[in-house]
Design a protein around this ligand. Structure first.
Ligand SMILES: Cc1ncc(C[n+]2csc(CCOP(=O)(O)OP(=O)(O)O)c2C)c(N)n1
Ligand SMILES: [Mg+2]
Length: 326
């Protein structure tokens, strides 16, 4: 168990460290919001999900995409703006998608995918499909009006959705205490009429709690809310660090770095097992970057494709969905 989890967490960490290393060469054509330090949130919650379940995330979505099993080659190619990327090089790091793995969308616009996720959950309920939705968003997104509107609607319709707030305490450079009148986001969620609780970033505890909560949502109990405490080690956007800017200091990060789930799991493994995982991950990452480097940019004629939903796609969607839904 811990070897499998270590591979998942370590792989995400190393992928993002490699992105940070390559970024200054300008071959990555997209801004990057790294989740280094926050990997356990995506991994922990996704452990509780089934393959048929669906997730929505944010521009800080590398960890979620990878935790769900999104293809690494297509992710790196997407960051390079290449035609082989998961959105054909048109979305970049902030708009990763892997429908075959239930990763239905991420967005640069704070808060938007919370409503998208609830819409998808409504469709699932309407079609009596047994899957559930997990909607990931930051603490800053809870200040958007769409957060309140969506939570209200989700409770009203008893939607099969788990809201996951990745509380890293910052929206860009501003601490939560300077933006919100009450500290516990989950208390606000509870006021809408759904079970909500705060959990710390410990991976084992998170997996256990997520499994219990997901089981309740799947059993038809309606929406639930997890506020997962975590910490962003690097700058808001870009490959570097931002402690020199003065809005936070490294002392605040220190306890989170000491409690790093990646290092903790590493310490539980036999050295040979750990070395094997690390060398396999290194090989896979090198392959993904080589794939991205060697891939072509989209053809000029691609520029206006996939911008609007082409008419024949719309017609097909209506047919597939059938009269029941439309
Ligand atoms: C609607 C909207 N408002 C403002 C922004 C600018 N913006 C980008 S990221 C961000 C902070 C969001 O913080 P949080 O939701 O906590 O996510 P985190 O970056 O910490 O993961 C803001 C305000 C935006 N992209 N979209
Ligand atoms: Mg935040």
């Amino acid at each position: 168990m811990s070897a499998r989890l270590y591979r998942l967490l370590y792989r995400i960490r190393r992928v993002e460290e490699e992105i940070a290393r390559v970024y200054p060469t300008d071959r990555i054509r997209s801004p990057v919001h790294l989740s280094i330090g926050q990997e356990a949130v995506s991994v922990g919650v996704c452990e509780a999900l089934e393959p048929r379940d669906v997730v929505f995330g944010t521009y800080r979505g590398h960890a979620l995409y990878l935790a769900r099993g999104g293809d690494l080659r297509r992710m790196i190619a997407e960051l390079y703006g290449k035609a082989t990327g998961c959105t054909k090089g048109k979305g970049g790091s902030m708009h990763l998608i892997a429908p075959e793995r239930g990763v239905m969308g991420m967005s640069a616009v704070v808060g938007t995918t919370i409503a998208n996720a609830a819409g998808y959950a409504y469709a699932l309920k309407f079609r009596r499909e047994p899957a559930i939705i997990a909607s990931f968003f930051g603490d800053g997104a809870t200040e958007e009006g769409v957060f309140a509107e969506t939570l209200n609607f989700a409770v009203l319709k008893r939607l099969p959705i788990l809201f996951v707030c990745e509380n890293n305490q910052y929206a860009i450079h501003t601490h939560q205490s300077r933006r919100q009148g009450t500290p516990a986001i989950c208390q606000r969620a509870r006021a809408f009429g759904m079970p909500a609780e705060q959990v710390d970033g410990d991976l084992t505890g998170l997996i256990q709690r997520a499994r219990e909560v997901v089981a309740e949502v799947r059993a038809g109990g309606g929406p639930a809310f997890l506020e997962v405490m975590t910490y962003r080690w690097r700058e808001h956007v870009g490959p570097g660090f931002d402690y020199h800017l003065g809005f936070r200091d490294e002392g605040e990060a220190a306890p989170w770095i000491v409690a790093d789930p990646v290092a903790r799991l590493a310490a539980e493994l036999r050295p040979t097992e750990r070395a094997r995982i690390e060398s396999e991950v290194a090989e896979e990452i090198a392959d993904a970057f080589a794939f991205a480097e060697a891939s072509p940019f989209p053809a000029a004629a691609e520029l206006t494709l996939d911008v609007f939903k082409e008419e024949h796609h719309v017609a097909a969607t209506h047919r597939e969905a059938g009269a029941e839904c439309w």
